[in-house]
Design a protein around this ligand. Sequence first.
Ligand code: CA
Length: 229
Amino acid sequence: MARIVLVIEDEENLRETIRHNLEREGFDARTAADGEAGLEAALSVRPDVVVLDLMLPQLDGLEVCRALRRRSNVPILMLTAKGEEIDKVVGLELGADDYVTKPVGMRELMARVRALLRRPHEASAGAKSAEVLRAGDLEVDRAAHVVRKAGAPIEVRPREFDLLALLVSNPGRAYTREQILSSLWGHNYVGDERTVDVHVRWLREKIEDNPAQPKRIVTLRGVGYRFDG
Ligand code: CA
């Protein structure tokens, strides 16, 4: 069954171009032209990925993102215009998983959508990484794409999972933000290193006994992060 990608974008040309490209890649593309209709569609259609423009009539992208996050874990890819740096960070804090800056390159956009769709059955298909990483009471099950703490599953989004798997697979190793960015988002990613900080913060809230005094994902001042177990 084709994966459903919902595109919420008010500019008709861009919306239709994205739809066309998604369909050519074999996705079931759905569209909405404003924030309100987009939120409604996201909750009723239950897409596998949402491509969400930041500037939208009715509800803007940040409001849609916030409202959607309260009710769904669907991966959200934001579209932002140049100069919307602050909104980009706010978007990530509200729970967007990734963003692409306009003018949107279709190849890049399709690659990001595919990356967000990496899900359990695909992970286990590449059975080489089908193993469970363990650190104390923490388990990162790469085959099932599940994280457990003291045996209880923890909900993590795709990027959080990738980040945790990277850190846990190399305990004691220091990573710079740049290394983490290029490992998770690809070498051509022109990203903001604060993206890494945001994801680390989310992970700490989920896996640390006391997120304010993290013992597992440790900050190395002036360097980056290290997983200490
Ligand atoms: Ca717009």
